[in-house]
Write a protein that binds this ligand. Structure first.
Ligand code: SF4
Length: 373
């Protein structure tokens, strides 16, 4: 990775939700247990950001409010966090706000509308998971998304992105078909479908169920004009999430907030870090003017090469052989000859690219781990 002229992508982790969902692996606390911390949150984020100002660029490319549930910071809290970054946005900054479609409370609707209207080119990413009540109950949610709230999101977003969970069980295919019809009716620019396996909830779907559901998603969305640009992500042409694409292109970004991760270039080194999850430790570090890092790793050249390859393999455009050669000064076919031999039936190889076919996408973890040589 060459040295960047400054980081221009920022992720802010809001680690609180109204309630915690049974399947969710993201770091979050119930809002009622940390109201005091939520009040201090904007000042803490401002203090943390000031520690990195020397390596950040003005004119952000992307700003991502994730969590957790950013709206659980309340109207005033979210507005205060937004105002920290207001002066370093430019007209093309991609701004994403994650929402929970059950979150329908707090300030008056008109206040939220006023705030969202002030955020230019806003992408709203809503974690729908399913429109089917029994499917949601299986995931630990007891209400379906409020249609009025979905209308509100649609009205206030420049772009809508919807997230779903599949492969929770063998019967999911039926509800999935209905979910996709309802999702497409909302005309989202972007859709994500995550398999339940690997989350905290046990999936009862067999491998055959997984394959048939995943295949259904890919073929249906393709027919509707969506391009699969990553294992779990689909968009209309030109509406890929630039912030997330940067992760898969192994680009630098700043992560702020308890539990956030970041990848920065500082003092000539590439550093991956993750922040303390413990709110008291996080605050203490900031009071002492220190980075609130729980872990940090300086990325050496071997890890950098592995990360470049395994992240690129997640994407629809795959590994660019030309880019690999220009960064790592080596020939991919020469160095990874055993990898190619072992996985030929899962790869699509053309002159400049290697990507995974459908079976390969389903076996991504197993295949990508063989890139570590
Ligand atoms: S799925 Fe969303 S709302 Fe539920 S616990 Fe996770 S972050 Fe919070």
């Amino acid at each position: 990775m060459t040295k960047t002229a400054g980081i221009d992508k920022i992720y802010i982790h809001f680690p609180f939700c109204r309630e915690l969902c049974g399947y969710c692996d993201f770091f979050s606390r119930e809002r009622n247990t940390c109201r005091g911390f939520i009040k201090k949150f904007p000042d803490l984020i401002s203090g943390e950001y000031s520690l990195y100002k020397d390596i950040c660029r003005t004119g952000l490319s992307t700003l991502y409010f994730g969590g957790g549930t950013p709206l659980a910071a309340g109207y005033a809290g979210l507005q205060s966090v937004f105002s920290i970054f207001k002066n370093i946005l430019h007209k093309n900054t991609e701004i994403t706000l994650e929402t929970n479609p059950l979150f329908n409370e707090g300030a008056a609707r008109s206040d939220w509308e006023n705030l969202l209207a002030k955020i230019p080119k806003l992408r709203i990413s809503a974690g729908i998971q399913s429109f089917d009540l029994s499917e949601l109950e299986h995931l630990g949610r007891n209400k379906i998304p409020d249609p009025a709230f979905l209308d509100f999101l649609k009205k206030n977003a420049s772009e809508l992105s919807l997230d779903f969970i599949f492969a929770s069980g063998s019967k999911r295919l039926l509800s999935l078909k209905k979910d996709i019809i309802k999702a497409l009716a909302l005309k989202p620019a972007h859709l994500s479908f995550y398999g339940l396996e690997g989350s905290r909830l046990h999936s009862t779907a067999s491998e055959k169920d997984f394959l048939s559901q995943y295949r259904y998603i890919i073929t249906t969305l393709k027919k509707s004009g969506y391009r699969q640009y990553e294992i779990s992500n689909f968009s209309l042409p030109g509406h890929e999430c630039r912030h997330n694409l940067n992760y898969w292109q192994n680009g630098h970004y700043l992560g702020l907030g308890p539990g956030a991760c970041g990848y920065i270039h500082k003092d000539g080194k590439d550093i991956r870090y993750s922040n303390h999850r413990n709110f008291s430790l996080y605050q203490k570090c900031l009071q002492e003017g220190k980075m609130p890092w729980a872990r940090r790793e300086t990325i050496n050249s071997k890890t950098r090469e592995f990360e470049f390859l395994f992240l690129a393999l997640r994407t629809g455009s795959g590994i660019s052989l030309k880019k690999y050669r220009s960064i790592f000064k080596d020939d991919f076919f020469r160095k990874y000859v055993l990898f190619i031999k072992k996985h030929t039936k899962f790869l699509i190889i053309d002159r400049d690219r290697i990507c995974l076919n459908f079976r390969g996408l389903c076996l991504y973890n197993e295949i990508a781990s063989d890139l570590y040589i």
